[in-house]
Design a protein around this ligand. Sequence first.
Ligand SMILES: [Zn+2]
Length: 173
Amino acid sequence: MTIRAEYLGMGLTVDDLDVENLEYFRHCAEHDFHLQVCAQCGRLRYPPTTACPWCATLESTWKKVEGKGAVHSYSEVHHAIQPAFRGHTPYLILLVDLDTQKGEPTPDEALRVVGNLCTPDGQLAPPELVKQVGIGTRVRMVYSDVAPGLALPQWAIDETAQRAISVWRYPQE
Ligand SMILES: [Zn+2]
């Protein structure tokens, strides 16, 4: 069944033909993170897709994956392109290396999951949190509930993790 919802003034749709994303978001709605495991080579993949990016096998199963990792890269948005984001600037878009399967199949690779920096309850993070995060920051997955049956996986600072020895950030004014 097609998922339709509105998030901060934007329409979100997951079409009923998009079976991989429907399954992915079905788990997210339960605040559970699952990824596909290839039936042939056994590797996880992200984002959800029909064929394995490494061996092109079509068959896969779903597996629960721990939503923990470190920031691989980020973008800090100061100019909102959507009116509903105006009250949330600056906000961060994070690209996070999951701990699971990091360094496979080659040392430079990882499952890299995109999300915004949020508070633990899934709201876009305020400026004082935005300032604390850079490349290397430890984060954990949280969820933004959008509508019944739809939640977006996001990222929050992992307060239980040891602080990264060095977090890299663009110079701040
Ligand atoms: Zn494969």
